[in-house]
Design a protein around this ligand. Structure first.
Ligand SMILES: [Fe+2]
Length: 492
């Protein structure tokens, strides 16, 4: 982009510097606007008749307040998109989660709290004792009577499934009292409907809280396991009879965090000499089976896991060589990231009785993230993984993901849906056909930087190399989001 030849004034300089920023930045440059339940118009194609239910997605809706920018992309206030599909068509709404911190900051239009990547404003003595704001911005969990907005540092928030109005902080009938953490990557067993999740309580040796809930989200079982040090754990794996945790060698220095001298993000140290802790949990008793130390790697996410015929556990993981990804994500709100980082798709096989890694193999050497499987294959061998992937020519230091793909770990077949230049798809989610869960659709929210609009694109899950079967116009820009879910049969 060519800058204006007249750069003598401050405003022109500001505009010129914005011109150098990638197109994706315009989706997050301004706080997002909410909208009430609104019928969606079809841009192309037609809605599949079998697509009946609701798509929910969560992510940071605003990255500044009162002219101040957040410290990290993870600090933005959570805002949730719902798209309801029925025989009448599709309607959507987009709402911020009214956490206590959001309500107070919104009234005063200024940041008051610390977060994952920021300390509270003010002099040091003014910061002491101030709590961290629950950003409620990472994912959602669909329950029969509520939608939970999830954030890994504290309690979830309950929302109305239809209009996304905030009910309030939800401690699951006291099971998460004292603001116990309930992380953003719960796993639902497709056969029993049981929901597994975890939450960390930081300490010199952090406590890993393990939760098992019934299909309504009622927590039936809670156990604890002690971790070594204070690692960052964002996701885990349900694999047959086991839950697997891989705690990367990222250690949080608690002293400066406790004194509000540093944010969590700034107080994290990459210590590869410690290796990755592998902890195997029996899913029935929620007790430790084994643990071992593996090569150092970092992951935010897994795609899935299963037990193979030999009784070994297979994990599919989006694996980074180091922790530079955190710096890259911190730089996203500037629109000018300087840090190169890359996750690739790995398969790790381990012995659950010892926790020892038996083999590890990179199956896909393309920058990718946000991998999901068909929900009915969670914890079992999956025939397909749907993920975000970089376009071949993309500079991963400058670009967000510009494509989605279907990847088969078994055959390593890769089918890419390239969105074209300056278009940015969200995490692709799989919505099964109610008559055959192996057939279905892949839904992704696309920010189109050529028109500065957002659309919902719906692909046939087996046809990512074809045009989307339907494109829906969304009423306003939806900022890039983190995670979501599909809930069958909830219609407006
Ligand atoms: Fe995540």
């Amino acid at each position: 982009m060519v800058a204006s030849p007249d750069s003598s004034t401050q405003s022109t300089q500001s505009i010129s510097s914005n011109f150098t920023k990638p197109a994706w930045f315009r989706a997050i440059a301004q706080p997002a606007n909410e909208f009430p339940l609104t019928p969606l118009s079809v841009v192309s194609g037609e809605l599949p008749a079998g697509l009946q239910g609701s798509l929910y997605r969560n992510g940071p809706g605003r990255l500044e307040r009162g002219g101040e920018s957040v410290g990290h992309w993870f600090d933005g206030d959570g805002a949730v998109l719902a798209v309801h599909f029925s025989s009448e068509g599709a309607t959507a709404t987009y709402r911020y989660v009214r956490t206590a911190g959001y309500v107070v900051e919104d009234a005063l239009d200024q940041f008051l709290y610390g977060g994952y990547g920021m300390t509270p404003p003010g002099a040091l003595w003014e910061r002491w004792g101030k709590s961290v704001k629950n950003a409620a911005n990472t994912s959602v969990l669909g329950l029969p009577d509520r939608l939970l907005a999830l954030w890994e540092g504290g309690n979830p928030h309950a929302l109305d499934l239809e209009d996304l109005s905030t009910v309030g902080r939800d401690d699951r009938q006291g099971a998460l009292s004292d603001n116990l953490a309930y992380s953003a990557h719960p796993k639902r067993d497709p056969i029993t409907g049981e929901i597994y999740n975890f939450g960390l309580t930081p300490g010199l040796n952090s406590t890993l809280n393990l939760y098992r809930s019934d299909r309504t989200g009622k927590i039936l079982q809670h156990t604890t396991v002690e971790l070594k040090g204070t690692p960052l754990v964002h996701d885990f794996v349900l694999a047959g009879r086991y839950l697997i945790f891989c705690a990367p060698p990222v250690q949080i220095k608690l002293f400066p965090v406790g004194l509000q001298l540093q944010s969590f993000s700034d107080a994290m140290q990459w210590q590869p000499q410690q290796g990755t802790q592998v902890i195997v949990i029996d899913r029935e008793s929620l007790t430790e089976v084994s643990r071992s130390t593996a090569d150092p790697w970092f992951q935010w996410h897994f795609s899935n896991g299963y037990e193979d015929v030999e009784g070994h556990v297979v994990l599919d993981v989006l694996r980074y060589a180091d922790f530079k990804t955190n710096q890259y994500l911190q730089e996203i709100p500037t629109g000018d990231p300087q840090t190169s980082t890359k996750a690739t798709f790995w398969r790790v096989r381990l012995d659950p009785q010892t926790g020892k890694v038996l083999s590890q193999e990179e199956l896909l050497d393309r920058g990718c993230e946000f991998a999901v499987v068909k929900p009915h294959q969670t914890g079992q061998e999956a025939d397909a993984v749907f993920l975000n992937i970089h376009r071949p020519e993309a500079n991963p230091q400058r670009e967000l993901f510009g494509a989605i793909a279907r990847f088969s770990p078994e055959t390593q077949d890769l089918t890419v849906a390239d969105m074209g230049s300056d278009r940015y798809p969200s995490e692709p989610l799989y919505a099964p056909d109610p008559h055959d869960p192996n057939q279905g659709w892949v839904l992704t929210v696309v920010f189109d930087g050529t028109t500065d609009t957002s659309e919902l694109w719906i692909f046939d899950a087996d046809g990512l190399d074809r045009e989307p079967v339907c494109r829906l116009q969304l009423p306003s820009i939806i900022p890039h989001s983190f995670h979501g879910t599909w809930v069958a049969g909830v219609t407006s």
